[in-house]
Design a protein around this ligand. Sequence first.
Ligand SMILES: Cc1cc2nc3c(=O)[nH]c(=O)nc-3n(C[C@H](O)[C@H](O)[C@H](O)COP(=O)(O)OP(=O)(O)OC[C@H]3O[C@@H](n4cnc5c(N)ncnc54)[C@H](O)[C@@H]3O)c2cc1C
Ligand code: SF4
Length: 567
Amino acid sequence: MGRLARPLENLRQRYDVIVVGSGYGGAVSASRLARAGKKVTVLERGREFVTGEFPARFPELRSELRLTGKSMTSGSATALFDLRIGEDIHVLVGCGLGGGSLINAGVCLRPDPRVFGDEVWPGQIRQDGLLDEGYRRAEAWVRPATHPRAAEMRKYQAIAGAAEATGCTMRDTPVAVSFDENVNPAGVRQPACTSCGDCCSGCNVGAKNTVALSYLPDAVRHGAEIFTEVSVERVLQRPGGGWRIEAARSGTKPGDRSAVSGRLAIEADVVIVAAGTLGSTEILLRSAEAGLPVSDRLGKRFSANGDIIAFGYGGKETVNAIGIGHPAKIEGFDVGSAVTGQLEYRDAENLDLEYAIQDGALPSPIAPALPVMFLPNGRLLGAVQSLISGVYKGPFSRLQTFFAVSHDSASGEFRLDGGRLALVWPDAKDEPVYKRLGAALSAVSAHVGGSYVQNPLAGTVMGSQPATAHPLGGCGMGVDRLSGVVDHGGRVFDASTPANTTAVHEGLYVIDGSIIPRSLGVNPLLTITALAERAMLNMRADYGLSFNADATVPAMPADVSAPARFG
Ligand SMILES: Cc1cc2nc3c(=O)[nH]c(=O)nc-3n(C[C@H](O)[C@H](O)[C@H](O)COP(=O)(O)OP(=O)(O)OC[C@H]3O[C@@H](n4cnc5c(N)ncnc54)[C@H](O)[C@@H]3O)c2cc1C
Ligand code: SF4
């Protein structure tokens, strides 16, 4: 009881609004349209995890990993971590009710205003003031805050010392974390962060401000119906107007005899595709194959947000950058949230040269795998030492994890290859950003006497391709269908009317990271949330809706382990 998702038997045939996916874009849309009195359903391919159910040990983590490559798949279709092994670049995304918010580090930053000065964005984004209002609303609900003792964390201090050597400025990083007990805007009581560092395997305290504890309970409180383990395949136009969704229970394969009973079709006047950069692009590509007329920009302008996760190994200072979990696996460790601070490099002349390096922490369930991960790179001695003394002592207590963000050329392209989503970007590894970040990270590692390790898994199936956790684009916004797949409000351009290149499909939207047409240079969650809030303000005007974004003040708050049990 107290879960947000309902049993699938309760799914109706028709809704006012179908929201596909439950990350930032989907959760904001569901909350705002449910507040407007619309009959909303959310369909999510993953499972619901409530606080306390996230992986705590390595075997649990391993069973929450799905690997998909060109000709291989392993792991459950509903595993929390969805890692796509690409020939040119790898992508990691979250799968579950709450999307990436469940496993991200929660870093909340606004991009440099020059990002929106790029002509690739439709002019309304710069001009109508709604993006600022979107950010204001997003910040009120995601509630970024800095760790109250950020500068006392050893991982913070270890990178701060490299500020001079790299020409950077050190600052505390705002994250979507509750550092004090509070009742959040959805009326859910959240405990204070314990500084356990496990944000990226899921917060078992309930202190991370995920959409599963905010926008989604708010949507349910206002009547939205949520269903999990439903994987949407395509969106089709109904002859008389409106939309039909074709879906399957997650894990069933199209064409399987056993899948027939698991196939679903639901209708609505409005469909919001919010399945994330990979999911939404795949759904639109499949819909286009089935006859939906969309822009031929679909699939293009994929950006990895100039993003890397890398390591500093062999340093001389203890950095405590491996989570201890909750309940704590070891006493006396203060890790901090997964990110507490960052080095920022600014360049007034050239935006592309800017970057940020964050003091990441690996979550505790991965700890037993670390010595094994680092063994093939010849660090046998240190690794064996760690196997004996545990990763909280030996060399892994000095292992730095870096999350870095910058800019790339957004030149990747999604295609369907034999029915599977493929990401093509042959020159990805040669993007200049990786060389720049490599030089900076070498200097940061060297500052504590360590060396930069770009990819400890290079000898495995991961190869030496770059990897990102910030996929953007594929359904990028533009002025018209010659430049984008959706307009500034996420409305999908209609390619069936040759004369009118700005015509849109009535009632069909894409609202998530896939509509961002370039790198942001900062972690994207706040901008995705702001663009979703902005799209809702546009919908409010277009459809004459009435809703606000005020916080709910319940007589009795819900609990993080039962977010749907209100009062
Ligand atoms: C380890 C990690 C750390 C990160 N750290 C940060 C950070 O600190 N700060 C930051 O800003 N960003 C961070 N990110 C990125 C951030 O979480 C994502 O950019 C963000 O979650 C994207 O939001 P979204 O709304 O586009 O989609 P998502 O959050 O990806 O949600 C899409 C949802 O749709 C579902 N879905 C997909 N396909 C289908 C389908 N066919 N049918 C039904 N449902 C479907 C997915 O399961 C998912 O739940 C991190 C990501 C990862 C993986
Ligand atoms: S540090 Fe621990 S308690 Fe704090 S938000 Fe992250 S996972 Fe939750």
